[in-house]
Ligand binder design. Structure first.
Ligand code: NAD
Length: 422
């Protein structure tokens, strides 16, 4: 369902794309090819729980397309993971890598599990078992996994360790088989914050282009890796962060929050509710709790879904009051919601562009491993700014030239690169 829905959005550019290139037959062929992933791997992962019982978990690695280079994409641990979701995300990775002009294709992986129900030892065993099952299909020149929802550098460190053990090699270049490793384990400076930093870069380019004046009000759904880091960077650039949320609910204040203080409070309390922190103090009188539903419908300049897919759908699209949506989560809008919001004149900065900072710094991590280099965080962010600003400017020009949405312009730009290679 999700894949069909996402591919439908992509199909909308087919006729327009045909009018822009010479070989119309080749376009038809390419759309047929991209509608199916090149390989879908489903694995069953037996895990001996600490109580001695065996439990079997389902895992996936779906390799969508590698015309531009080895497959690349994250691995998520989530109870609702299924083939359709992973296939959709793998397709989006193909488009995202092409869009930013990385020599990489698209893939995605996942395990159907709630990691909160596993001990650390069990989590390690499950992660290692997953690598054993997909080992033959991954590697620096085949497919390079990375972290995603509920996975982090610690899990990736278990995975690369297992990968090297099976490879019986100590060649440091093989570390490029996974990205998102810890710094001590040849990870890249800035990788942890990269997706949030990328979102900031793209939003800043947009704000400059349309000449918006700050302070702009911002509501962010999701306060994990992406939502928190983006909130932090936007706060530093004088955006007013008026609403934040996590899975347990959200907070609102007209004065705007300091995300770093909210994070300190969340760490103490285990949730964001009640964390009304402004300036250097946290005080009850500064804000109020709001639901995730209400957060999405706030009257703000910029709404930033940074948690899950399909959170804006036919049920709430008409009620959205934000003027700009920066899609940091993958696929936060259903196809119908996208249409409704476009008609309402809401500007949507699409996921494939907005959240491409993560994969771009993953690529830098691969380069550092393969060339035995170590870049400073400043260099990483400088290069990230170069890549993303270039992508943004190209897409903006195309959008202006063809008078189309940023999503369509992004699809066309990505497809052009894949078409040229096909
Ligand atoms: P994360 O696990 O670090 O954080 C997810 C956040 O969403 C948490 O704060 C969680 O409490 C919140 N959340 C979960 N369910 C929710 C719900 N029902 N309502 C509101 N909030 C809810 O994950 P992340 O890495 O920050 O990823 C978030 C999104 O960004 C995902 O769609 C992911 O695919 C996408 N993304 C992540 C990266 C990356 O580098 N991490 C890169 C590109 C895209």
């Amino acid at each position: 369902m999700l894949f069909e829905d996402t591919f439908k959005k992509f199909l909308e550019i087919k006729e327009l794309f045909k009018s822009l290139v010479k070989d119309r037959k080749k376009v038809e062929e390419l759309f047929k090819i991209l509608e199916k992933p090149q390989r879908e791997i489903k694995v069953y992962l037996p895990l001996k729980r600490e109580n001695g019982e065996i439990e079997i978990f389902e895992g996936y690695r779906i390799q969508h397309n590698n015309f531009l280079g080895p497959y690349k994409g994250g691995i998520r641990y989530f109870p609702q993971v299924d083939e359709d979701e992973i296939r959709t995300l793998a397709f989006l990775m193909t488009i995202k890598c092409a869009l930013v002009d990385l020599p990489l294709g698209g893939a995605k992986g996942g395990i159907k599990v709630d990691p909160k129900n596993l001990s650390e030892k069990e989590l390690e065993s499950l992660s290692r078992e997953y690598v054993r099952k997909i080992y033959d299909f991954i590697g620096p020149d085949k497919d390079i996994p990375a972290p995603d929802v509920n996975t982090n550098s610690k899990i990736i460190d278990f995975m690369i360790d297992e990968y090297l053990e099976i490879s019986k090699s100590i060649n440091v270049k093989l570390k490029a088989a996974f990205t998102g490793k810890s710094i001590e384990n040849n990870g890249s400076e800035g990788r942890e914050e990269a997706t949030g930093k990328g979102g900031e870069i793209i939003l800043e380019r947009f704000v400059e282009k349309v000449n918006l004046k700050k302070p702009l009000t911002v509501a962010i759904q999701g306060f994990g890796n992406v939502g928190y880091n983006l909130a932090k960077f936007l706060y530093q650039k004088s955006y007013k962060i008026v609403a934040l949320s996590d899975s347990k609910g959200g907070i609102y204040s007209r004065e705007g929050f300091n995300p770093e203080l909210v994070m300190e409070c969340k760490k103490e309390k285990g949730m964001i509710s009640g964390c009304y922190c402004i300036g250097s103090v946290c005080d009850l009188s500064f804000g109020e709790d709001i639901s995730n539903k209400d957060l999405l419908e706030l009257d703000v300049d910029i709404l930033i879904p940074s948690a899950l897919e399909n959170v804006i759908n036919t049920e709430n699209a008409e009620n959205i009051k934000a003027k700009i949506i920066l899609e940091m989560a993958n696929n936060p809008l259903t196809e119908e919601a996208d249409e409704i919001l476009n008609k309402k004149g809401v500007i949507i900065i699409p996921d494939i562009l907005a959240n491409s900072g993560g994969v771009t710094v993953s690529y830098f991590e691969m380069l550092q491993n393969l060339n035995n280099e170590k870049w400073s965080k400043e260099k990483v962010f400088e290069e990230l700014e170069n890549y993303l600003s270039k992508a943004f400017n190209e897409i903006w020009q195309l959008k202006e030239k063809l008078n189309i949405s940023l999503r369509k312009a992004s699809f066309i730009m990505a497809l052009k690169r894949i078409y040229e290679k096909y």
